[in-house]
Design a protein around this ligand. Structure first.
Ligand code: SF4
Length: 63
């Protein structure tokens, strides 16, 4: 599975790297989140989806 963060939609709230730091991180300027590696490790899929569900702007797609 892959995680993609829509850079237009992300408001940089910091929630997704808090929930799943193995998959998401903030950019160096802390303004946006990005997927560290698009391919999600098998044991992190649930956590990656949880972060996607929690995103206030629905910016994360996990599929
Ligand atoms: S939870 Fe959503 S809005 Fe917040 S940093 Fe992550 S992608 Fe951006």
């Amino acid at each position: 599975m892959k995680a993609i963060v829509d850079q237009e939609a992300c408001i940089g709230c910091g929630l997704c790297p808090n929930i799943c730091p193995e998959v998401y991180e903030m950019t160096d300027d802390d303004e946006k989140a990005i997927a560290i590696d698009e391919e999600i490790p098998e044991d992190k899929v649930d956590s990656a989806k949880e972060a996607a569900d929690a995103c206030p702007t629905d910016a994360i797609k996990v599929s």
